[in-house]
Design a binder for this molecule. Structure first.
Ligand code: NAD
Ligand code: UDP
Length: 311
């Protein structure tokens, strides 16, 4: 297939590009590099199956040649990034999704949206099944990301119902791995970066809030299976092993062997208290579940940070 991958120079997008090329597909990677990096795709330069187009997908998208699948991954994803770029985040979730769906419609291509666990907001149900409607504060600071993705889901299914586009929606939960930027503000790169410099780990709030972390190779496998499925509704893709941010900080301290302490800082507004995917649907319909344990994944990423961001 010839695949348009928006956000392909980002953390997840670049890993997905690698896997798609391994499977013999052609990848047109479209990215404006707002939070992505050319370094993430530099190794693909010269690969005859790979093209990079620098473009903001919130503006009209033109792609030369045929397209069989559109994978829409473009969007700031770290809370620090989307709080820095609130309007661009709203635009890429709304206009960018609209334009990407337009490409799928024009080419008769399938479409997959990278949605998020943030559509559940600060959930009142734990773990979160796809049937849960969520608890989002539309006017709070995180609303720019949550509502953009909720709109993206709504327009994706409207294109399916009104135009017959064959769509998929992946609700991605916290994913970590190599190629995350050390300063992107998310908890995994923050803690690893701090630990490798023997700086205090910054816990926001009291650290009792929970998250469930999925290693990127597992996530990519889930996306590949979802692409090949016939599921038009949302599917949670994440690792259901839940732990508190305090326990997570202690895992990082143990794995890195750092001399860091812990400092407690203010909890960001509307920071979800709990988050854990119910992956029953992915297990039953995709035969998918994560394979890489937290310590195993973190050891790889710590090693990558040591080599790529030497102190
Ligand atoms: P990332 O910031 O590394 O990648 C996002 C990419 O999109 C970047 O390369 C960025 O430059 C590009 N981009 C943003 N706006 C664009 C625009 N208007 N036009 C073209 N390109 C644009 O983040 P990531 O973690 O790789 O996330 C990728 C996708 O997965 C996002 O849609 C995100 O919402 C979703 N997601 C990620 C996670 C996670 O834990 N990593 C969780 C849930 C959802
Ligand atoms: N967090 C933290 N210290 C940091 C960065 C994040 O305690 O240096 C917390 C954050 O408040 C949240 C959790 O870690 O409760 C996960 O944050 P992240 O930014 O990775 O993503 P989120 O899951 O909130 O989208």
């Amino acid at each position: 297939m010839r695949i348009l991958l928006t956000g392909g120079a980002g953390f997840i997008g670049s890993h997905l590009a690698d896997r798609l090329l391994e499977h013999g597909h052609q990848v047109v990677c479209m990215d404006n590099l707002i939070t992505g990096r050319v370094d993430n795709i530099a190794h693909l330069a010269g690969n005859p199956g790979f093209e990079f187009v620098k473009h903001d997908v919130s503006n009209y998208i033109f792609v030369k040649g045929s397209i069989d699948y559109v994978l829409h991954f473009a969007s700031p994803a770290s809370p620090v990034d989307y709080l820095t770029h609130p309007i661009k985040t709203l635009k890429v979730g709304s206009l960018g999704t609209h334009n990407s769906l337009g490409v799928a419609k024009q080419h008769g291509a399938k479409f997959l949206l990278a949605s998020t666990s943030e559509v559940y907001g600060d959930p009142l149900v734990n773990p979160q099944p796809e049937s849960y409607w969520g608890n989002v504060n539309s006017t709070g600071p995180r609303g720019v990301y949550d509502e953009a993705k909720r709109f993206a889901e709504a327009i994706t299914l409207a294109y399916h119902r009104s135009h017959g586009i064959d769509v998929r929606i992946a609700r991605i939960f916290n994913t970590y791995g190599e190629r995350m930027r050390h300063h992107d503000g998310r908890v995994v790169p923050n803690f690893i970066d701090q630990a490798l410099r023997d700086k205090d780990l910054t816990i926001y709030g009291d650290g009792t809030q929970t998250r469930s972390f999925c290693y990127v190779s597992d996530l990519v496998e889930g996306i590949m299976r979802l692409m090949d499925s016939d599921l038009n509704g949302p599917v949670n893709i994440g690792n259901p092993v839940e732990l508190s941010v305090l326990d997570f900080a202690n895992r990082i301290k143990e794995i890195t062997g750092c001399k860091s302490g812990i400092v407690f800082e203010d909890l960001p507004v509307n920071d979800p208290r709990v988050r854990r995917p119910d992956i029953t649907r992915a297990k039953e319909k995709l035969g998918w579940e994560p394979k890489v344990g937290l310590d195993e994944g973190l050891k790889k990423v710590v090693e990558w940070f040591r080599n790529n961001y030497p102190g």
